[in-house]
Write a new protein. Structure first.
Length: 163
């Protein structure tokens, strides 16, 4: 576990985020690393028991992140951090949805390269993404309590995902 944590901390450190950062800065840093945009969209699972609360879809042109709309803002932030962590960790993805479900979220099924969904933490990739998301969130809140090592202008709060 210590090696996994060290690897996750190194990935987070390589993003060179400002002392205080929000969702926009995090998304921009990861998008710059990947060379393609991250498109954020709400997910309405209608409280289905087995539905993922977050989905990452990779296409050649962009990474799409779908985050459950019907949950608390704090949970949305963690879901977003978790899905971004799949991107940072370059996870292959293990989610399989039918073409109708994929079309319902507005994507062409033939363009999808990889897809993952946040439902459980039974795989190594899911556990790694969860640890990475936890480290991101800890850094966001810890940095608000201690003096800046490199003060920069940045958001004073973790941005709301959906207005």
């Amino acid at each position: 576990m210590n090696q996994l944590r060290a690897a996750c901390e190194a990935r987070l450190g390589a993003l060179d985020l400002p002392h205080r950062f929000g969702t926009q800065q995090l998304r921009e840093a990861v998008a710059a690393l990947r060379g393609k945009p991250i498109v954020l969209s709400p997910l309405d699972s209608d409280n289905a028991v087995d539905a993922p609360c977050g989905i990452r879809v990779e296409t050649p042109a962009a990474d799409y992140l779908f985050v459950e709309r019907g949950t608390s803002a704090a949970h949305q932030m963690h879901i977003l951090a978790h899905e971004i962590s799949h991107i940072l960790c370059n996870h292959p993805g293990s989610l399989s949805l039918g073409d109708d479900a994929i079309s319902a979220i507005g994507l062409n099924p033939t363009l999808i390269q990889r897809m993952s969904g946040r439902t459980a933490y039974t795989t190594t990739d899911e556990r790694e993404a969860e640890l990475m998301a936890t480290l991101i969130r800890q850094r966001v809140y810890r940095e608000r309590l201690i003096p800046a090592r490199r003060p920069q202008a940045a958001a004073e709060r973790w941005d709301a995902i959906f207005a």
